[in-house]
Design a protein around this ligand. Structure first.
Ligand code: HSE
Length: 341
């Protein structure tokens, strides 16, 4: 049976969601896809950094962290992220450290080094893809390995793989949608009478929100996703600072009530389009009515409407955040890599 060796950089919410799916679906993957996996290293600044060429007991690692304990007893210590990337036998590096939209680090360095070491990379980290996609993709191509990042946009809902795979051959004229789960969850909850703070706390408890909620509520997370789509699907060269951005913190209960009275809703809408040959993107709250499909997209659910030349409009709707929902993106990308191995 085919075996893929994985190095896991980051054992936070998403890393553990990914690990949980790997544990629960081991037999299913063997049966259905004819492959198995071995996690040969985990590097995490909080929970410990270990290497175990025989395979780390992931179930035990998850139990230890659930109990607030480090994972160091499960392998040899002294293997930090870069040592794991450079020296381990991993075929695939899963990079799931926290997103930094200013510098992209440490994700950019991890991904660059993994690709240079001829290791495939799967990631949900938006910083490196929003800030350094072209550079990283060129290294991947040079080294003959894959860089896959489905989970950077719409979590495990297949937005990017859909756009790059089954939608290959179309010309994207516009992409418009709801790409942030936390803000859509907050807005939906405020419509039912919850306060902003109550809704935000619940989103954090459910693992939707970024480490710093500003990234969500001020629109930066949606900007990163818009930049990724602009550069990947529209061949743009946008940076986050090129995107017009307004978050949801200026919306009051009165604004929400007023929209409701008019039969409308506030949504944080991301849009990427071409204007006179230039690729543009913006993220702003819009008050929309029932004639707009996005009106019906509530809670942590996200949606994207791809406006294409010869196929017309294609819409994808699904979970936009969550540990298992985002972990799934890594699983889907991993399976694509295994198929090619
Ligand atoms: N904080 C993000 C969201 C997570 O709420 O959409 C998924 O990228």
């Amino acid at each position: 049976m085919k075996e893929v060796k994985i190095g896991l950089i980051g054992f936070g919410t998403v890393g553990r969601g990914f690990a949980e799916i790997l544990v629960n679906k081991k037999a299913y993957f063997e049966e259905k896809y004819g492959f198995t996996y071995r996690v040969v290293g985990i590097a995490d600044l909080v929970w410990g950094s270990i290497h175990n060429p025989d395979g780390i007991d992931l179930k035990k690692a998850l139990q230890l962290v659930d109990n607030g304990q480090k994972i160091e007893e499960l392998g040899e210590t002294g293997w930090d992220s870069l040592r794991l990337i450079h020296e381990s036998e991993a075929d695939v590096i899963a990079e799931v450290t926290p997103t930094n939209l200013q510098t992209g680090e440490p994700g950019i360095t991890h991904i660059r080094e993994a690709l240079r070491s001829k290791k495939h990379v799967i990631t949900t980290n938006k910083g490196p893809i929003a800030l350094a996609y072209n550079e990283l993709k060129a290294i991947a191509d040079d080294m003959g390995v894959q860089l896959r990042f489905e989970g950077t946009v719409l979590a495990g809902t297949p937005a990017l793989n859909l756009a790059m795979g089954p939608l290959a051959g179309v010309h994207f004229e516009e992409v418009r949608g709801i790409v942030n789960g936390t803000t859509n969850f907050i807005l939906t909850n405020m419509e039912t009478g919850k306060t902003y703070d109550e809704a935000l706390k619940e989103a954090q408890r459910l693992g939707y929100a970024e480490a710093k909620p500003d990234a969500d509520v001020e629109g930066w997370d949606a900007v990163a996703k818009a930049v990724i789509m602009a550069n990947l699907l529209f061949d743009g060269h946008l940076k986050p600072s090129d995107v017009e951005r307004v978050g949801i913190t200026g919306l009051t209960i009165e604004d929400i009530e007023k929209a409701k009275a008019e039969g409308k809703k506030w949504k944080l809408i991301a849009r990427v389009w071409r204007e006179n040959g230039t690729v543009k993107a913006k993220v702003t709250p819009e008050m929309i009515g029932p004639e707009d499909f996005l009106y019906y997209v509530n809670g942590v659910t996200n949606a994207l409407v791809f406006k294409t030349d010869h196929l017309g409009e294609v819409t994808i709707v699904g979970p936009g955040a969550g540990r298992i929902q985002t972990g799934h993106a890594l699983v889907a990308d991993l399976i694509e890599i295994v198929k090619s191995m």
